[in-house]
Each structure stands twice: as structure tokens, then as C-alpha cells.
Write a protein that binds this ligand. Structure first.
Ligand SMILES: NC(=O)c1ccc[n+]([C@@H]2O[C@H](COP(=O)([O-])OP(=O)(O)OC[C@H]3O[C@@H](n4cnc5c(N)ncnc54)[C@H](OP(=O)(O)O)[C@@H]3O)[C@@H](O)[C@H]2O)c1
Length: 287
């Protein structure tokens, strides 16, 4: 742990971790609570949520909260955001870590592609609903994505049209869309005092690969020697959420869990188009 990390005292800070019941999100929630932050985790699985709360209670923060929601549904995402807005006076950090890979395309009850919402659209809904709370805390948002090169675009015809995603390859254009959103928000929210970062967690041993069954489990086995533990990306996420060292880096991608200070300036085209499309789909689902 570097001296900069050791110095992060987060007593009195409030953080929301979407996807905080498992994997990188769970480890980030605990990392933040170890430094004293009050953490609210959002997840789908009630048993896992109860387990995380018990773990948070064992940290110096002494408490934690779980909010159950299916973030594949826009109505649920909004419900949670509004409940948090009613409950919190400000937000110091929002960590976006929810995501899932499924190999069969599937429509949700809202008639949207499940992978599209789970890995991309809910982040736009949650971030934009919680932006006023973040602005009150002059807070930060950390989107756990991946280092997808700037020339990889959303599959525009699909992104603006039918929207059908499946499998690990289907995830890549959605990760690209998330990076575009980070770049766009950083610019839009600068005047409100909100900083936005993207990070690449590395190849991490988590449940996200649980759907790799049959011949796909070979890929899972092949990845194993290269996988790192959740604690490394969790430390980077916590550092990005609070370190003074990144004050000037809003909109950047942090690609290394080994060298936190490495950063890559995002320079994606089509940023406005990504946010416009996402906002358009969300407005069709206004409640
Ligand atoms: N692991 C890697 O190597 C890797 C690499 C690059 C990027 N990432 C990204 O890192 C993020 C975190 O992944 P992870 O590896 O930590 O995976 P994970 O262990 O499977 O955790 C995913 C989290 O997302 C939540 N989630 C998934 N679908 C949800 C839904 N419909 N509603 C509410 N919550 C939902 C899960 O909640 P429940 O458990 O309650 O369902 C869980 O808390 C993902 O966005 C992933 O794309 C991971």
C-alpha cells in the first residue's frame, strides 16, 4: 500500500456501490468501509446483500446498507436512485460495478435487451439520477469498465436500433459505450464539480465468468493463470474515488491496477451520440 493510499481517511464519507454484492464491487465496498466510509451496496441477490452488510459491520465504518434491485430494469434502477436521493443529503462517490455476461439474448419485461441494460443503460440512468447528489458532495464517479481502444465503437446500427447483445464479444461494444459516457459526463459535469473516471480492473477472478459452461469453460480455465484477486482493482477504485492525486484527471481511463498513477486520456468519437441514444431510450421508459 502506497503512502497516498494509507492516508485516505474516509470517515464521514458516503458511497454507493452498484454491483456491490459480489466480485470487484463487493471488494471495493469493503475497501472503502475499511477506511471509514459509510457504504450502500446495490445488488440483486438478497442473501449476498445480507452477507455484505454483515462484512461491512465488521469494518471501522461499523455499518453498511444493502438495497435490492434488478438493474436490468430501468424502473427498478430509477426506484433505487429516487430512494437514495430521498435518504441521503449528498454523495461523495458512486462506483458503477454491476455487469453480467449471458450467452443467450433475452428481452426484459421492459422489452429491452438484458445485456444492454445490465452492462450499459442502467449506468446512464443511475448516474444521471444521482448526479444532483454527487454535485452536492462535489463527488466522484468511478465506472469499472475495461481498457477498450478508442477506435472500438458501439455497433451503431444495433446500438441505435434493435439492441441485441450476447456473450463476451457482445460485451465489448457496450464497454466502449460506457467509456464514451465517462468521457461525456466528465465534460458535462465539470462545472458541477463532479469528477468521473473509468478504470480497467485487469483480468479478475470473479463470478462474472460463471456462465462459461461446456466448451466455454475451457476459456475460463485458460484465463485462470492470468487472473488477479479482487482486492487489487478494489484498491484502485477506492483510490480513484477519493485520492487528491487525480484531481486533474476527470474523464481519464486508469488502465493499471499495478501502477495506479498511469492514466490514458479518452479520445473517443461519437460520445454525444452515445449519450443522446441512451437518453432517448430512457425517455421512452419515463415513469
Ligand atoms: N472480472 C473481470 O475480469 C472483469 C474485467 C473487465 C471488466 N469487468 C467489469 O467489472 C464489473 C464487475 O464485475 P465482476 O467481475 O466483479 O463480476 P461479479 O462478481 O459477477 O459482480 C457483478 C455484480 O453486478 C451485480 N449485477 C449483475 N446483474 C445485476 C442486475 N441485473 N441487477 C443488479 N445487480 C446486478 C451482481 O449482483 P448480484 O450478485 O446480486 O446478482 C454483482 O454484485 C462488470 O461490469 C464487468 O464487466 C470485470
Amino acid at each position: 500500500m502506497s503512502s497516498a493510499e494509507r492516508e485516505l481517511n474516509l470517515h464521514g464519507k458516503t458511497v454507493v456501490v452498484a454491483g456491490g454484492t459480489s466480485g470487484i464491487g463487493r471488494a471495493t465496498a469493503l475497501e472503502l468501509a475499511q477506511r471509514g466510509a459509510e457504504v450502500v451496496v446495490i445488488g440483486r441477490d438478497r442473501a449476498k446483500g445480507a452477507e455484505v452488510v454483515r462484512a461491512l459491520e465488521q469494518t471501522p465504518a461499523g455499518a453498511g446498507a444493502f438495497v435490492e434491485a434488478d438493474l436490468a430494469l430501468i424502473a427498478e434502477t430509477r426506484r433505487v436512485a429516487r430512494a437514495l436521493t430521498a435518504r441521503l443529503s449528498r454523495l461523495d462517490a458512486l462506483i458503477l460495478s454491476a455487469g453480467a455476461i449471458q450467452f443467450e439474448a433475452q428481452l426484459t419485461s421492459e422489452k429491452l435487451d438484458r445485456m444492454f441494460v445490465t452492462n450499459f443503460l442502467h449506468r446512464v440512468a443511475l448516474a444521471e439520477e444521482l448526479a444532483p447528489l454527487l454535485a452536492k458532495g462535489r463527488g466522484r464517479m468511478v465506472s469499472i469498465v475495461a481498457d477498450v481502444p478508442d477506435w472500438v465503437h458501439p455497433d451503431w446500427a444495433n446500438f441505435e436500433g434493435e439492441r441485441v447483445y450476447a456473450g463476451a464479444l457482445g460485451l465489448v461494444p457496450l464497454l466502449a459505450a460506457n467509456l464514451a459516457a465517462v468521457q461525456g459526463w466528465a465534460e458535462e459535469w465539470r462545472a458541477r464539480g463532479i469528477q468521473v473516471f473509468a478504470m480497467h480492473p485487469g483480468q479478475v477472478a470473479t463470478d462474472i465468468y460463471r456462465g462459461f459452461k461446456g466448451w466455454r469453460s475451457l476459456g475460463r480455465i485458460a484465463m485462470r493463470p492470468f487472473q488477479i484477486s479482487v482486492e487489487k482493482p478494489a484498491r484502485l477504485a477506492a483510490w480513484l474515488a477519493f485520492s487528491p492525486d487525480v484531481q486533474d484527471a476527470s474523464g481519464a481511463l486508469f488502465p493499471s491496477v499495478r501502477r495506479f498513477t498511469r492514466r490514458r486520456t479518452l479520445a473517443r468519437n461519437g460520445v454525444e451520440r452515445v449519450l443522446r441514444t441512451a437518453r432517448g431510450v430512457l425517455s421512452e421508459h419515463a415513469h
